[in-house]
Each structure stands twice: as C-alpha cells, then as structure tokens.
Design a protein around this ligand. Structure first.
Ligand code: CS2
Ligand code: MG
Length: 409
C-alpha cells in the first residue's frame, strides 16, 4: 500500500480547523487533526510545504517508523507546530489502518477497557444565579462531572465564561480565539481571583451537595505559591481536579504546590511531548495527564505517555475543547477507551456548523462518550461543506495586569 496524496483542508465553521487527509493507492483515506488555536496556518504550511512531500510513496501501515522519521528528520524535534503536524499524520495513518482492518482504532489499541468515557462539561456564569443555571443545564444534558468557571468581581472579562460576548459574536467557548486582525486584551487580578473562587465553590457545594465531581481550570495564571494557596483553600470543596494551576514549563514548580495541598492536579494541554511530563509523572506531582492527541504528536505518543503514567497511578484527563476538532476528539477517545488508567474526558459539544463539516460517529449519552465502532476513527470530512467556510484569522485573548504587565490568559 502506498500514500499517493496528503492534502491539507483549512475550514472555519464556528472556528478555524486544519485537517490532513491522506489518500492511498487503494483509495482508502485517513484524517488527522492539525488545529493549533490561534496559529492554524503555521501548521497548515508545515504540513503542506515540509511533511506532505515526505509522505508520498510511503507505506501508510508503518505508523511508528513514519512518526520517528518525521520527528527525527526535522532535526529541530518538538514544539507545538511540529507536533500538531506530526499528530495529524499519526492520526490519519491509524484511521487508514483501522479501515483496512475493518476495526475501530480502539480495537487496534487493545480493545475496550470500559463501556464509555465519563465526561465533564463546562458550566460557567457571570454571577452565581447564571452559574447555577449553567450547572443545572449541564446536569440535565447528562454530564456527571462539571467544570466551574466564573467571572470575578473587579475583572472585566476572563477565560471560560461562556455568556461573555465574543468579538466574533460566537458563544465564548466555541471561539475562545476571537476572530479579528489582533488579539483581544483582557484584564487580570490574581488576588481578586484567589479571594473569589473559594466562595464560588462553597456556594456550589451548598446548592448542589458534596457528591458531584467539580473541576476548575486555573489556566496558567498563578505563581506556584498562589496555586498552592488556591489548592489549599479549595480542599473543603473536594475538587476532582484543579487544572493548569501554574505554568509548568518549570516542572519543579509543582513540587511547591504539591507540598501545600491535596487538591488533585491536572496539567498538560499545552505540552507536546512526553518530556514535558517526565518530572511531573516520575515524582507524582500531578494526578491527571491533560494532553490532547492533536497537540501531542497523535495517538501513538498519547498511548505511550499514558502507559508511562500508569506506573505512577496517574490517569488521563485528555483535553477536549471545541478547538480540538471532531477528528482529534475521536482520536483521543479511542485511546481513552482502550487504556486502563483512564480518568475523565473533557467534552464540549461542537457547533452545528462544525458538525456539518465533520460527520462524526461520536456518541454522547448520559454523560458518557463513545467513539463508535466504525472502522478507523469514525469521522468523515464533508469537503464541500468545508469549502463553504473560509479561514478567518483569529487570536486567543491575552491578559494585562493593572500596571500594564502582560500576563497569562
Ligand atoms: C481550556 C481550553 O478546555 C480547557 O481546559 O484550557 O479551552 C483552552 O483555553 C483552549 O484550548 C485554548 O485554545
Ligand atoms: Mg484548560
């Protein structure tokens, strides 16, 4: 079997997506997600200009060799653009292998270790009544675990509150990358945030009880000691996890957080290789691996990092926002179904417009997600529909502090 074409499809239904389509001489095609939110065209160009020529005439069955070839032959190795491009190739080759075998990819990864993936949804609100309504909405939709994000008095606009208007007019969580020529500047005040968040979780526990697994995303905005303070102050509310509590390029920072709090920690959505996790896993500084197949080099390395994490009783919490396309979500759902150390799957339903482009067989019922049993990944791309949605430049917002210092968003 030979690869005869590697085409890059950029489309923008509710937001920009980059998809790789690999075609073989037997007419079987495979899809891979290469969407890097806010930097999409960098990956599209990397694929078109640098990887596509290397793929032609290769045997699509040789997934591991192709992965190692693309990683090592670049010389410059990892990084978000490179690893999103390699991820798309890896996913597409697993898709092809599944179609040839007549099996869904999870069967090729060892079969199902569970009947479905327990998910969590994104509840949010500008105030407690709006937040409570959002939590009720998500419980009615079947979610059994809920992420809580709210506005903070004194901060005009911040990450993760769906009701906040977006420059694109889209729902905030469909388009965290606001369409426009320049990124949106938002404001931030860590002390106001640290004062407010514990009061929100106290109110949520009083209203909804102690059972529901609650999650919160710190979104990289705290220093280690501030993260430690928040983790400690949230202990009475028994969180399922506190995510991205502090930027983790310096993995040692998590030692300080770990010393001060038993609140479980989840990190890794901005990581792109296992090396980013190495200290965090080996020293058990985290409890959940937040990688996404799309940002982490694909299905192959995602399975490897989870096998490494299993030695330390660390579980998965794969990153599944709407800027991971239905192809990327399907890919990591196949991994999540197969591994033993699955924890929870983030699931934000894609918009109707996105689902008109990506015909997916993901099934969400009673709070559980299943990738379906179609051969391969189970997602097909409607290229006619994709062509109707032109790429539009979009940027993720960024923060500045009151004194004008730029800060993590
Ligand atoms: C967030 C993401 O879902 C999450 O946990 O951190 O929505 C993140 O903001 C986006 O993926 C950025 O593109
Ligand atoms: Mg996050």
């Amino acid at each position: 079997m030979k690869i005869t074409a590697a085409d890059v499809i950029v489309t923008s239904p509710s937001r920009n997506f980059v998809t790789l389509k690999i075609t073989t001489d037997e007419g079987i095609t495979g899809l891979g997600d290469a969407t890097l939110n806010g930097r999409e065209l960098a990956v599209a160009t990397y694929l078109k200009e640098h990887l596509a020529p290397l793929l032609l005439n290769r045997d699509p069955h040789n997934i591991e060799d192709t992965w190692q070839f693309l990683y090592r032959s670049s010389y410059w190795r990892r990084g978000p653009v490179t690893m999103a491009a390699i991820a798309a190739v890896d996913m597409a080759l697993w898709d092809i292998k599944g179609k040839v075998a007549g099996l869904p990819v999870y069967q090729l990864l060892g079969g199902a270790s569970r009947t479905g993936l327990r998910t969590y949804g994104h509840a949010s609100g500008r105030d407690l009544p709006e937040l409570f309504d959002s939590i009720r909405e998500h419980l009615e939709e079947g979610y059994k675990s809920i992420r809580i994000q709210t506005s903070v008095p004194g901060i005009k606009s911040l990450y993760g509150v769906a009701a906040q208007a977006q420059s694109s007019g889209e729902r905030y969580d469909y388009e965290p990358a606001g369409r426009g020529d320049l990124p949106t500047e938002e404001d931030w005040d860590t002390r106001a945030y640290l004062r407010h968040v514990p009061t929100v979780f106290e109110a949520v526990r009083n209203e909804f009880g102690p059972e529901i697994p609650l999650l919160h995303d710190g979104h990289h905005r705290m220093t280690p000691i501030q993260a430690a303070k928040l983790g400690k102050s949230l202990e009475p509310y028994d969180l399922y996890w506190l995510e991205d509590c502090t930027p983790a390029e310096n993995q040692d920072a998590l030692r300080l957080v770990r010393q001060h709090t038993t609140t479980p920690l989840a990190i890794g959505e901005v990581f792109n290789t296992v090396y980013d996790f190495q200290t965090l896993i080996r020293e058990q500084l985290i409890d959940y691996v937040r990688a996404a197949s799309t940002h982490f080099g694909g299905i192959s390395p995602l399975k490897k990092v989870m096998d490494y994490a299993a030695l330390y009783q660390i579980r998965s919490g794969f990153h599944g926002p709407t800027d991971v396309s239905p192809v990327g979500l399907a890919a990591q759902s196949h991994v999540g179904l197969a591994i033993h150390n699955f924890g929870i799957q983030e699931y934000m339903e894609h918009s109707e417009a996105t689902n008109s482009v990506f015909e997916q067989s993901l099934n969400f019922a009673d709070g559980y997600l299943h990738p379906g049993d179609k051969p391969g990944l189970g997602v097909e791309l409607n290229e006619e529909a994709a062509a109707r949605f032109e790429y539009q430049r979009a940027y993720l917002p960024y923060n500045r502090l009151a004194d004008g210092t730029v800060h993590d968003w």
